[in-house]
Design a protein around this ligand. Structure first.
Ligand SMILES: N[C@@H](CCC[C@H](N)C(=O)O)C(=O)O
Length: 294
């Protein structure tokens, strides 16, 4: 379908990982990668690290099977238009949008994602806690290289792929927008999100992130979960073995997330979800993108 009528959008962020939010309950809007990239463009569009397409699960072919468990599907896109399995900050902002729109109430809710159904809880203060699922830690080591400097990294899958490197100084991650940090393509055929981590104290780390499909961002929820699990294993803590949950406070350039791993392997993330604006997209913008790629 051509996008010929004005579309409502909102803008939101979670620890300054910012998103264009596009409510489209019936999945009626055409969203090729070129359109997503234009909407996320900070000069020629609205601007965002990614886009949250808000669709009823029953109306989306990738989410139909989850419709009984979760009414709403987060169809997440990176700012270059690529599709990702999961976005941790995005799922909190998605919950915040649903509440603001009167589609859900404060308290518990379920959200369908490409990484499965995620259980979330909206607190009175607006913070959102999400059960992010279990981390998978393949054995193979990976290497992250920036500006000729390399570090061994831990491969962690949180539904989407991560490489977590503990570094001496976050400044060593350099200019991440210009030079993607490389890891062996054989380990990450679909690309990878890369986290650079330093210690701040017991159970407390700080990180920067280079996101697949978006470049350096000011926060990454799945990245913070991957970092917390990698830090716990490095520190000799495994809740599945000890029976005790492990919590890490993760500082990011855009704010702080609290991550807990439980003995059953579930990783829980808590952080803010902020909606900052609401507006209307000029159909001419979308038409211009369609014409340019035709
Ligand atoms: N910012 C997100 C992650 C978004 C997806 C990622 N860039 C990927 O391609 O896997 C988060 O908060 O988790």
């Amino acid at each position: 379908m051509n996008n010929t009528s004005p579309l409502t959008f909102l803008k939101g962020h979670g620890t300054e990982n910012d998103f264009v939010i596009l409510p489209d309950p019936d999945n009626a809007v055409d969203l090729p990668a070129s359109t997503v990239a234009r909407l996320c463009d900070r000069r020629a569009g609205i601007g965002g690290d990614g886009l949250l397409h808000v669709v009823r699960s029953a109306a989306h072919p990738e989410a139909k099977a989850m419709a009984d468990e979760a009414e709403w599907f987060m169809d997440y896109r990176n700012s270059d238009g690529s599709i990702a399995e999961m976005c941790g900050n995005g799922v909190r902002v998605f919950a915040g949008y649903l509440q603001r729109a009167g589609l859900v109430e404060e308290g518990d809710l379920a959200i369908a994602t490409r990484g499965g159904v995620k259980k979330a809880h909206i607190a009175k203060n607006g913070d959102v806690t999400v059960s992010m699922g279990r981390a998978v830690l393949p054995e193979e080591g990976v290497t992250v290289t920036v500006d000729g400097r390399s570090w061994p990294a831990r491969n962690v899958n949180m539904g989407n792929p991560h490489a977590v490197a503990f570094v001496e100084d976050l400044a060593h991650a350099g200019e991440l927008r210009a030079v993607p940090p490389y890891s062996p393509a054989a380990v990450y055929p679909e690309g990878v999100n890369v986290e650079f981590v330093v210690d701040r104290g017991p159970g407390h780390v700080a990180m920067r992130v280079y996101e697949r499909g978006s470049g350096e961002t000011r926060s990454c929820g799945t990245g913070a979960c991957a970092v917390a699990v990698a830090a716990a294993r490095r520190d000799g803590a495994d809740p599945a073995v000890t029976g005790a949950p492990v919590t890490y406070t993760v500082d990011l350039p855009g704010g702080t997330l609290v991550i807990t791993e439980f003995p059953d392997g579930q990783v829980e993330m808590t952080g803010p979800a902020v909606i900052v604006a609401e507006g209307v997209i000029d159909p001419a913008l979308l038409a211009a993108v369609e014409t340019a790629v035709a």
